[in-house]
Design a protein around this ligand. Structure first.
Ligand SMILES: [Zn+2]
Length: 401
């Protein structure tokens, strides 16, 4: 049964505490079936192929958020201020993946009113999520390739700690050693707005990597932290790809050739990434990977990005980083527009229809729908194995040491 038998015990986050006394409770969104999202329909033979693919291969999501958000968007800001995540274990058990990169709550974490990118806020998030994880057996922090293999064999899920941008460490880059020690295995350079290390995708002018940025990359290379340029500016991205001693990742984005948003990547960046052995994860957060053919965001628009990138750089360099969560992601974007630099990213975009959720890829439990789509559209088992995990695993074998 290998990859298919995820064992969910019924544990819910912080159940060992007394709500109201030990922590502030929130009414949370439903983890499963919150919205009527489409399941790709398959024949019996195709269903069997999907089950076999999950069973036999190591599956990895390059970017997701395991967290459950409050049911009422009015609670979002207070929930972030409290800084205590609730994890959707029940949904993760159904996702099909053996490991996922969890982009903690970077960019929106208002924990205790601090700068979301301060080092103490980042450490708070890493420690807080592990305090909950360590009270159950399904999900554990993955620190090496063997941990992912162990998750696959033992019916567990490895959470890879992924920080979407470098925290403010100034010149004290030894903080990177501390972050690595705490489990961080993937990190961005700048989160949308530029910082002391490089330019972000929301900057009007991307100044590129700074001197300190080059030092940051050296140290990440030496430690074995995978570098993610999903939120970096184009110039910074090209400089990182060229300078890094090891291949890098774009864990969650799409193709700008299909949709003219800053959040998407131009062909030049995607090709440079692949030429150096990097892997591109296709994104699914609401209103990101849309296309002119499929402007109403759904799994169809997402797969159009996948097919474009696959044609551009080949199947060995594509994966999926859906960037989903449990709860109302569209409302979350509305509440945290400025923190996520969404207004800036949407400047000059042509008009497009807004959706309430991304049909077919709405939360982490729907990762399996990607496999269903690929089976339905004639991809071979070998090709599917590569894009839903194999390519990421090969990259990690080169970068993590
Ligand atoms: Zn992101």
């Amino acid at each position: 049964m290998m990859g298919a038998n995820k064992k969910y015990s019924g544990y819910t986050s912080w159940q060992f505490f007394e709500p109201g006394k030990d922590y502030k409770p929130f009414r949370l969104a439903r983890v499963l079936n919150r919205v009527p999202s489409t399941v790709i329909q398959l024949s019996k033979a195709e269903e069997e192929r999907v089950a076999e693919i999950i069973e036999k291969n190591i599956l990895i999501s390059f970017h997701d958020h395991a967290e459950i958000f409050p049911e009422d968007p009015k609670d979002f800001i207070e929930y972030e201020r409290v800084g205590r995540p609730f994890i959707g274990y029940e949904g993760l058990a159904k996702a099909g993946f053996d490991a996922f990169f969890d982009g903690l709550k970077n960019g929106i974490a208002l924990a205790r009113g601090h700068d979301p990118w301060s080092i103490d806020n980042v450490i708070w998030q890493i420690g807080m999520v592990q305090a909950d994880l360590d009270h159950q057996d399904l999900v554990f922090i993955g620190r090496k390739v063997e941990d992912i293999e162990k998750a696959f064999k033992e019916g567990k899920i490895a959470m890879i700690i992924h920080i979407e941008g470098a925290p403010h460490m100034g010149e004290e880059l030894e903080w990177l050693d501390v972050l690595y020690g705490l489990g961080v295995r993937c990190m961005g350079i700048a989160y949308s707005r530029g910082n002391e290390y490089g330019g972000g995708l929301a900057d009007k002018i991307d100044k590129g990597l700074t001197d300190l940025g080059y030092e940051l990359i050296d140290r990440m290379n030496k430690l074995g932290i995978l570098i993610d340029i999903a939120h970096a500016g184009d110039k910074t991205s090209l400089e990182v790809i060229e300078y890094s001693r090891y291949p890098v990742a774009i864990t969650h984005a799409g193709a700008r050739a299909l949709w003219p948003s800053r959040r998407m990547k131009p062909d030049e960046v995607i090709q440079a990434l692949a030429e150096r052995g990097g892997v591109f994860g296709v994104e699914a957060a609401p209103h990101t990977t849309i296309t002119k053919n499929n402007p109403r965001h759904s799994i169809e628009s997402i797969m159009e990005h996948f097919q474009y990138i696959e044609k551009l750089v080949g199947i060995d360099h594509v994966a999926f980083g859906p960037d989903t969560l449990f709860g109302d992601h569209v409302a979350l974007h509305k509440v945290f527009r400025d923190h996520l630099s969404i207004t800036r990213q949407e400047e000059d975009l042509p008009p497009y229809p807004r959706v309430e959720y991304v049909d077919g890829l709405e939360n982490p439990a729907e990762f399996v729908n990607i496999i269903r789509w690929l089976v339905k559209h004639g991809y071979s088992d070998q090709e599917i194995a590569k894009v839903v995990g194999g390519n990421i695993l090969n990259l990690l074998k080169r970068v993590w040491r």
